[in-house]
Design a protein around this ligand. Structure first.
Ligand code: S3P
Length: 449
């Protein structure tokens, strides 16, 4: 992993962040572009690929499995695919680093190949539940030897011809849906992923773009995604939009730091990812989504944000899948808003890179914000603009989004906020501290002296 040399970072109260911010490529789309490229026949050209550690893990693992993945220039990659079922047995351990998406999607791919592979990851990934993919992939014919709840390290032996399934997802998870569909690519007949709530549909969009036959139907039981197995995937060019989940951090910094005015061009605004934008607008944010257009099959817009007062809101559980990664930064916005905010349906936050519900509650409390945490909800008593005390050191717990959220809080608080370890920011947002500094934010390496 490319390591920041100094791991501790301190954000000091800042004002007037201004300028244009180009955020890194979408992480979800970047993983998928590499994976579908590797399963297609021919050369897939990718522009704007996120070069964070998570996506590099997917690229490295695909290379270990026999696909040719080449970096041509910054963000410009080429994949020479081997065709569905064409990946080969790796001769060493597959290390997925910090990335749940890389691990779960690639285990779906491996479930449709008659190979045996051994997978692991960092301390955060090794504590995350994998039973949610082990179960459907076992039904499809893969076999696993894993730790409790399917946790890594694990061994998988995939099936040459997996059995197609109608699989009802027990949790709203795009990773589980995608793992089932990826295994279903090798299966004869139709594989159906039935999701209780619609989750991000980047796999579906990309499957279609690569030539697969796919139906999406909404019914009483939720959304059914039906894939016709054993298609021929054809190499396709992919242009990766800016990641809305990364844009969220400079965006909220711009809302909270007095006098700010930021433009973030070409950010993904897929409705299944856009819950944060809706929530911030409900809070009274001066945020506009301008110049909406389509970029290689994904909706994008230029975001314009200006600082201003926010008010507390209640976020319903149905919105959770469309902003599942954005609650840490939304909670920071809520802490700086007038009035109370309540977020419901947050159970899944407990099994992210860290237990994000606990980490957010603990961190806000350390910064002088009154919070109440239940098993799946969070209540934040907003202190109003510029009135959060700050002045704390926060344990990032190997979680990039906890690290970035609390750095943003430090920019908007009365006293600096330090995070103990900024290294995992590299997983999704390489260069985040420098980028914010370029806008006028005070973020320094080292602790508050
Ligand atoms: C992702 C799905 C989400 C999200 C993660 C990326 C994906 O996870 O939290 O950052 O690319 O499919 P879940 O599927 O676990 O909700």
């Amino acid at each position: 992993m490319t390591r920041l040399t100094v791991t501790r970072l301190t954000a000091r109260p800042s004002t007037a962040l201004t300028g244009r911010v180009t955020v890194p490529g979408d992480k979800s789309i970047s993983h998928r572009a590499l994976i579908f490229g590797a399963l297609a026949v021919g050369e897939t050209r990718i522009d704007g690929l996120l070069e964070g550690e998570d996506v590099r893990a997917t690229a490295r693992v695909l290379g270990q499995l026999g696909a040719e993945v080449l970096r041509k220039a910054e963000g410009r990659w080429r994949v020479h695919g081997v065709g569905i079922g064409g990946l080969t047995e790796p001769d060493d351990l597959l290390d997925f680093g910090n990335s749940g998406t890389a691990a779960r999607l690639m285990l779906g791919v491996l479930a449709g190949h008659p190979v045996t592979a051994f997978a692991t990851g960092d301390a955060s990934l090794r504590r995350r539940p994998m039973g949610r993919i082990v179960e459907p992939l076992t039904r499809m014919g893969a076999s696993f030897v894993a730790r409790s709840e399917g946790r890594l390290p694990l061994a998988i032996t995939g099936a040459a011809v997996p059995a197609p399934q109608v699989y009802r997802l027990p949790v709203a998870s795009a990773q589980v849906k995608s793992a089932v569909l990826l295994a279903g690519l090798s299966a004869p007949g139709e594989t159906v992923a039935l999701e209780p709530e619609p989750t991000r549909d980047h796999s579906e969009r990309m499957l279609r773009a690569f030539g697969a036959e796919l139906r999406v139907e909404d019914g009483a039981e939720g959304r059914a995604v039906t894939l016709l197995g054993q298609p021929e995937l054809t190499a396709t060019d992919v242009v990766v939009p800016g990641d809305p989940s990364s844009a969220a951090f400079p965006l909220v910094a711009g809302l909270l730091c007095e006098g700010s005015d930021l433009t973030l061009p070409t950010v993904g605004v897929n409705p299944l990812r856009a819950g944060l934008f809706d929530s911030l607008i409900e809070m009274g944010a001066d945020l506009s989504l301008e110049n909406r257009r389509d970029l290689a099959g994904e909706p994008v817009a230029d975001l314009r944000v200006r600082a201003g007062a926010l008010k507390g809101i209640e976020v319903p559980p149905e919105r959770a899948p469309a902003m599942i990664d954005e609650y840490p930064i939304l909670a920071v916005a809520a802490a700086c808003a007038e009035g109370t905010s309540v977020f419901h349906g947050l159970g899944e936050l407990r099994v992210k890179e860290s237990d994000r519900l606990a980490a957010v509650a603990r961190g806000l409390a350390a910064c002088g914000v009154a919070v109440e945490e239940t098993e799946d909800s969070l209540t934040v008593q907003g202190r109003g603009a510029g009135s959060v005390r700050g002045g704390a050191e926060i344990a990032a717990d190997l979680d990039h989004r906890i690290a970035m959220a609390f750095l943003v809080l430090g920019l908007a608080a009365e006293a600096p906020v330090t995070i103990d370890d900024g290294r995992t920011i590299e997983t999704s947002f390489p260069g985040f501290p420098a980028l914010l500094r370029g806008l006028g934010a005070e973020i320094e390496e080292g602790a508050e002296g």
